[in-house]
Design a protein around this ligand. Sequence first.
Ligand SMILES: O=C(O)CCC(=O)C(=O)O
Ligand SMILES: [Fe+2]
Length: 306
Amino acid sequence: MVPSKLDVETATHWVRRIEESLPNLANQVGCSLDEYLMSVSAWSGKNPLVHEFAEVLRSDITSTVEAITGGQIELLESKLLMKGENCPWATHAHQDIAYRWQGKRQQYQFSTWLSLSTIGPMQAPLEFLPKSHLEPVSEYQDYLDPEFVDRKDTQEWKKKHQSIVMNPGDMVIFDSRVWHASSEWAAPPRRYAMVMRWIVAGIKDTEVPSPRGERRWMYDFSTWLEQSLQKFTDEKSQPSESSLEVAIGLDSISAELRSLLQRYRINRAAGIHHGGTAQRGMLWGPLAEAVRAELRARDVDAVALP
Ligand SMILES: O=C(O)CCC(=O)C(=O)O
Ligand SMILES: [Fe+2]
């Protein structure tokens, strides 16, 4: 933990700028602010404001991060995370490195996670499992897999984890191998954090197990969704229409699924326009569940993925 990496006024000012930009972001994808906040809860460096903050932080913190990691560093990517009344869900326990198996996305060795707001026990503090960076790297934690078991729910986690409460401007730096999670957001203020991924020069890639299951739910989600929706829309759709649009227009799907598909559409548009994305509980989990329920209701076998 590096306290007060940013002064409280600057952190608070950034939160204000983020919140002021939200109506504009909703406008860009053509939905209301409420609809937008039900569909998007994180933004990549493709977002101009996130890019601007990341550049300021890069010059502010590079020397600190180099002193801690003991090497020359390079910024790989940045993301702004929000948890609040529309996205209160906890983050499942995982090691970041596990999502970077050979031939997949580039590995990074450290993350800095800088809080822009006050994070007490009710604002979804980060949780770490001490010494867990010394364990062998696990297969990636696929929270969309119906069989997924969250290590956060184990007795071991409950006994051993450390919760990190933070003031605006405090920064945590953590190894990509350490197991971490966060608890559920339960009360204002909204939680905003800037996370930046750092490559340290001269460190060899870590051996990461390739996924074993036939389905990589998190990675093949949009393909699976598309194939599943085609099952609902088969006879009715014209070849030129996307199955998402057709499915949203169907009377036969549940109101719940329609609303999730509308949120998915907003989320994808936000991704294209300004790097918007969503965290686990907000969209992917409930959408996967609603599609599975619809498939079951129609007595259609779940689609086999390649
Ligand atoms: O903010 C969170 O809840 C989790 C963040 C995280 O997993 C990460 O930054 O690697
Ligand atoms: Fe993580």
